[in-house]
Design a protein around this ligand. Structure first.
Ligand code: 5GP
Length: 207
């Protein structure tokens, strides 16, 4: 634990493909050295430029199943035909050292975290509108029209789950969205549940 003897915050961030989660997080991270991104395990193949241990731990289906069965995953889910999961130990170690930990995960995993870790703060990044999300995906031009359609189908399901999150941030402007994320995190740091140590020490001193 750090010198304040205070645990970090567990943050879960979700949002549909093309909403700009990664960009908002990167912007927020510029001024937040105490934030650590959790590195997930996945059975999907690395994309060009991705590195084992940096973006993901790229593992086989057998390795993933073994880790999941032996309880090494804090949550896991199947998404687009592959498995994705959060290694438990790394997350708890970082939280205990006082770092905030961000899980950028899809909705099934986020709901598992909500059940298992009630102290986690769940944030959903929304597009300004459904049409705008479609435009952004089409503009990327990295996907075929069929792939865009498939992503939009998935996005529909994801957007309908946004109500289950604690906070929603509309990403109509990256700077503003990152600022809102900062306010949410600052607010969460002031939760009484996050400040048990100081509360206990004050309570002791007045007894
Ligand atoms: P991609 O293959 O594009 O990197 O990720 C696909 C989806 O899986 C994204 O929505 C991403 O947030 C999610 N994801 C990444 N890591 C995890 C994880 O550890 N657990 C879960 N449940 N979802 C994850």
């Amino acid at each position: 634990m750090n010198k304040m003897n205070k645990k970090g915050l567990l943050l879960v961030i979700s949002g549909p493909s093309g909403v700009g989660k990664g960009t908002v997080l990167a912007k927020y991270k510029e001024n937040a050295p105490q934030m650590k991104m959790s590195v997930s395990a996945t059975t999907r193949n690395p994309r060009p430029g991705e590195e084992h241990g940096r973006e993901y731990y790229f593992v086989t289906k057998e390795q993933f199943e073994k880790a999941a069965v032996s309880g090494e995953m804090l949550e896991y889910a199947s998404y687009s035909g592959n498995f994705y999961g959060t290694p438990k130990k790394a997350v708890y170690d970082k939280l205990n050292e006082g770092f905030d930990v961000v899980l950028e995960i899809e909705i099934q995993g986020a709901m598992q975290i909500k059940n298992k870790c009630p102290e986690a703060v769940l944030i959903f990044i929304l597009p300004p509108s459904y049409e705008e999300l479609e435009n952004r995906l089409l503009k990327r031009q990295t996907e075929t029209p069929e792939a865009v359609e498939k992503r939009m189908e998935t996005a529909k399901k994801e957007l309908l789950a946004a109500r289950n999150y604690d906070y929603v941030i509309v990403n109509d402007d990256i700077e503003k969205a990152a600022e809102k994320l900062n306010y949410i995190i600052e607010g969460a740091r002031c939760l009484s549940s996050q400040n048990q140590n100081i509360l206990e020490s004050i309570e002791k001193s007045i007894k």
